[in-house]
Structures are given as structure tokens and as C-alpha cells.
Design a binder for this molecule. Structure first.
Ligand code: APR
Length: 312
């Protein structure tokens, strides 16, 4: 793949933002990559480091670090990772009050410089932060999208592949709903090369995999103690950005604004979407079982609580 000729901004040059920039260069998704942070020196140093991988990656574009949003002007895609990350004992909801203020301020700056951008929100709690960006930006719903389902599905696929003893890329699986304990890994639709996993693994094995997927982020926080997952979250954000920058029309589970789809209205929730140049070009709606619908309702309730806490 060669660079899209496009401009990508990553706000927050912390662990996730740095991972995203690294993957953006190695996948050559944009001609210009800009890293922004509030702490002077961090984005500049990280961008310089990453830019020096260009000869090894075959990357022909530029990577710059800055604290000045003017440098982000005219971005096609903006990934927001700015904000606090979890520590052991914290839920994603515990981050809300601090991160909502950060995300509001970041959004205002982004909108002033890149009024046509597609914004990919990574800051947690994602389902409330993506709503915050939507409200503050005034952007149409298709240009604001949250990164959660790609990560949760990657975790689900990894655990399924391990249990099956097969290549992870041959496992297809969908996780819908909130990025939190009430997420919905759909066992019924998980398959390996088209073969339903329900026919290959026991109910007990599948239940354990679903449980581990739901707490996949927390498991990493427990190990790290000083922060949360960053390598794969950064890649997942780039997977989404790439689909927009190259108009790939990938079908990826993302937090999208629902207006009646799946019988849900007025919230961002993880659903399968078609991601292309216009951002969320379509939500792929399908029939849920009664049990799945009830589980999704739980997600909706949890997201609504988060959104109420933003005060927006
Ligand atoms: N504008 C720009 N950058 C900011 C701002 C702001 N207003 N406030 C904080 N930051 C920066 C910090 O300076 C830091 O460099 O955001 C970065 C966050 O980095 P980390 O603390 O390493 O956190 P990280 O692990 O990257 O997680 C960031 O992504 O996955 C989510 O839950 C995670 O909400 C968290 C976010």
C-alpha cells in the first residue's frame, strides 16, 4: 500500500496515540501525520522518533509533533486519544468527568481547523466521549465514530482462535453494544472460515471466552498497573482511519449514532457499519434474537447513564 495523499491527525501523544502513529506509518495510511498533545516536547519527540522509522518502513510522508492546532489544519481524519487512562480498580466510567472536559476542548480545536474531517474517538468511556464529540462539534452523525468494537472483536477473535487452534485471521466474530461489561459478543454469528464456532466449541468454552472478552481490557490493566492497553487499540483506530482514507468500505463494528436502527434511538452504540470516505456510510442492520436484543438493551441503559453524566 502507498500513502493515500491524505492528512491524519492524532490528538494525544500518549501510549495509544503513539501506537496509532506507529501503525499509521507502518501501514502508510496518510501522506501527512500530525501528533498533538498539551505537554510541550512530548508530541515533538515522539513524532521525531517515529519519523525515523521511515527508511525501514518505506514511508514517504511526514510525521510532525506539535502543541499548535494550526498544524492540524485540513485533516481528513482526526483520531482523539487525549485523556486519562485506567489504573487497577478503575472502571472506564471513572474516567468520565475528567475526560469529558479534555474531549470538549480538543473537539473545539479540531473543528476550528478541520471542519470536514471524520473524527474517530478512542478516549474512554468511548460511548459517552463519542457523544460528547458529536454534540460539541455539530458535525453530521456520519463524521463522528467511536473505536471500540474493532478492539473488542479482535480480542474475541484472538481467544476463539486460541481455543480452536486455528489462525486468528480465519475467525470472524462481532461484538456489539457498549465498550464495557455489558458488551455483546455474538456467539451465534462467530465462525471460522464460515463454520459456526457453536459447532466446534462447547457451551462452557464459549461462555468463558465471552467472559474473557468482556473483561479483556481490565485483564491488561491488572497486569500493567500504571495504564491500559495501547498497542492494539492504536492499531484498531488506524484500521478505521485507513478504511476512511482509502474509501475501503470495510464493515467494522464501531460506535455509531443510531436513529431507529436495531430499534434504538439517540445514542452511540457499537454496531456493524460500512466505513468509507464519508465516514459511517451505512449501518448494517440485521435481525437479533430475543436474548440478543435484551442484552443490547442493557448496553443501551449503561450508555444512557454515561451520557447523562456528561451533562450534555
Ligand atoms: N489535549 C491534548 N492532549 C491531551 C490533553 C488535551 N487537552 N489532555 C491530556 N492529553 C494527553 C496527555 O498529555 C497524554 O500524553 O493525552 C495523552 C494520554 O496518554 P496516556 O496517559 O498514555 O493514555 P493512553 O493510554 O494513551 O490512553 C488514552 O485512550 O484507550 C483510551 O482509556 C484510554 O482514555 C484513555 C485514552
Amino acid at each position: 500500500m502507498s500513502e493515500s495523499g491524505k492528512k491524519l491527525t492524532i490528538v494525544g501523544a500518549g501510549a495509544v496515540g503513539t501506537s496509532a502513529a506507529h501503525w499509521a506509518v507502518s501501514r502508510k495510511v496518510a501522506q501527512e501525520i500530525v501528533m498533538v498533545d498539551v505537554v510541550d516536547g512530548i508530541p515533538q519527540g515522539k513524532a521525531l522518533d517515529i519519523s525515523q522509522s521511515a527508511p525501514l518502513c518505506g514511508f514517504h510522508g511526514s510525521v510532525i509533533g506539535t502543541c499548535d492546532y494550526k498544524d492540524t489544519a485540513g485533516s481528513d481524519v482526526v483520531i482523539i486519544t487525549a485523556g486519562l487512562a485506567r489504573k487497577p480498580g478503575m472502571s472506564r466510567d471513572d474516567l468520565l468527568s475528567k475526560n469529558v472536559e479534555i474531549v470538549k476542548q480538543v473537539t473545539e480545536n479540531i473543528v476550528s481547523q478541520s471542519p470536514e474531517a471524520v473524527i474517530v474517538v478512542v478516549t474512554n468511556p468511548i460511548d459517552a466521549m463519542v457523544y460528547t464529540v458529536f454534540k460539541v462539534s455539530g458535525f453530521p452523525k456520519n463524521r463522528v465514530v467511536g473505536m471500540a468494537g474493532v478492539l473488542d472483536s479482535a480480542r474475541y477473535r484472538t481467544f476463539l482462535a486460541k481455543a480452536l487452534g486455528v489462525a486468528p485471521r480465519d475467525v470472524t466474530a462481532l461484538v456489539m453494544g457498549i465498550h464495557g461489561d455489558n458488551m455483546l459478543p455474538l456467539t451465534r454469528l462467530a465462525s471460522v472460515a464460515g463454520v459456526p464456532v457453536e459447532q466446534l466449541l462447547s457451551k462452557q468454552q464459549l461462555e468463558e471466552i465471552v467472559r474473557r472478552t468482556k473483561y479483556g481490557g481490565g485483564e491488561i490493566v491488572q497486569h500493567l498497573k500504571t495504564g491500559s492497553a495501547f498497542t492494539t487499540p492504536g492499531l484498531c483506530a488506524i484500521e478505521m482511519a485507513q478504511s476512511v482514507l482509502f474509501d475501503e468500505k470495510r464493515v467494522l463494528p464501531c460506535a455509531a449514532y443510531l436513529e431507529g436502527e436495531f430499534g434504538i434511538d439517540g445514542v452511540f452504540l457499537g454496531v456493524p457499519v460500512v466505513l468509507g470516505r464519508g465516514g459511517v456510510e451505512r449501518i448494517v442492520e440485521f435481525e437479533l434474537t430475543e436474548q440478543e436484543r435484551a442484552a443490547l438493551e442493557k448496553s443501551v441503559e449503561a450508555v444512557k447513564k454515561q451520557v447523562a453524566a456528561t451533562g450534555l
